[in-house]
Design a protein around this ligand. Structure first.
Ligand code: MG
Length: 258
């Protein structure tokens, strides 16, 4: 018994010594990068945009858009009509875009002819809007698809007439002076809060009649919402311009070893 107690005491003391020694030797690791403090943003709630967002449509008017004739604002939303889509007056590059939309409650047509619209980032890269609730079409043309490039990971469509949301993270392509592609565009999309595009590489303009291809363009371009002849409704559109992190500076080692 006495021997056992002695053994236990020795073990405990050994562990204690090791812990103390470890604490004395271990040192916190720091990256050495002098990050700039992130700006404070009020995130709002599910019905209001973040404090640094640019509100593109608040349900009242289309003053931030060049609008096709026939689009009508009523009851907090705008409804597609007439000919032509709506295009933001302001241009954007890298961004976070939120919008809500509803396909017509009265179901008409099928496939691509039912609740068709689309969000064109930089006026050329289409994220498809379509009533894909129990409505089959080609998969890379259904709701949440990057048109004719990627089908959505899942079909998260709500019923016709119900409000749906898109939350889009978009990285614009970069071009060399010569016009060649330096880096492609990337897009991530949440449809009704469900991930449907996960940082996919956009392969170029999304055409109907030809394969995707890039053509050098400005760093920032307008956002366009398609009028495909279906009375789609849009509300709550806001955007945040995304900046790259400020250039990094290595601090002197001595600053970090405190
Ligand atoms: Mg479309």
């Amino acid at each position: 018994m006495k021997h056992k107690l002695r053994t236990l005491s020795v073990t405990f003391l050994t562990l204690l010594c090791c812990s103390l020694l470890g604490a004395a030797v271990l040192k916190e690791w720091k990256s050495g990068i002098a990050w700039i403090e992130p700006v404070v943003v009020n995130p709002g709630d599910s019905t209001t945009p973040p404090s640094d967002a640019i509100v593109l449509f608040d349900g009242k008017d289309l003053s931030k858009w060049d609008a096709g004739k026939g689009w009508t604002v009523q009851d907090g939303y705008v409804q597609a009509g007439g000919e032509g889509g709506i295009t933001t007056k302001q241009s954007f590059g890298d961004c976070q875009l939120h919008l809500e939309w509803a396909a017509p409650a009265e179901v008409k047509g099928e496939g691509q002819g039912r609740g068709n619209s689309g969000v064109y980032l930089m006026n050329r890269y289409e994220l498809q809007i379509l009533d894909s609730y129990e409505n089959k079409t080609y998969f890379d043309g259904q709701c949440g698809a990057i048109y004719k490039q990627y089908p959505p990971l899942v079909n998260a469509c709500r019923k016709p007439g119900e409000w749906q949301s898109y939350d889009i993270i978009f990285t614009a392509p970069r071009f060399c002076e010569s016009g060649s592609l330096k880096s492609p565009a990337y897009i991530t999309v949440l449809h009704n809060g469900v991930l449907v595009q996960n940082h996919v590489e956009i392969q170029g303009n999304t055409f109907w009649a030809s394969p995707p291809s890039y053509e050098k363009h400005a760093d920032k371009l307008p956002i366009h919402i398609q009028n495909h002849g279906n009375p789609i409704r849009i509300r709550n559109v806001w955007i945040r311009e995304v900046q790259a992190l400020p250039s990094l500076e290595k601090k002197e080692k001595s600053d970090n070893s405190q």
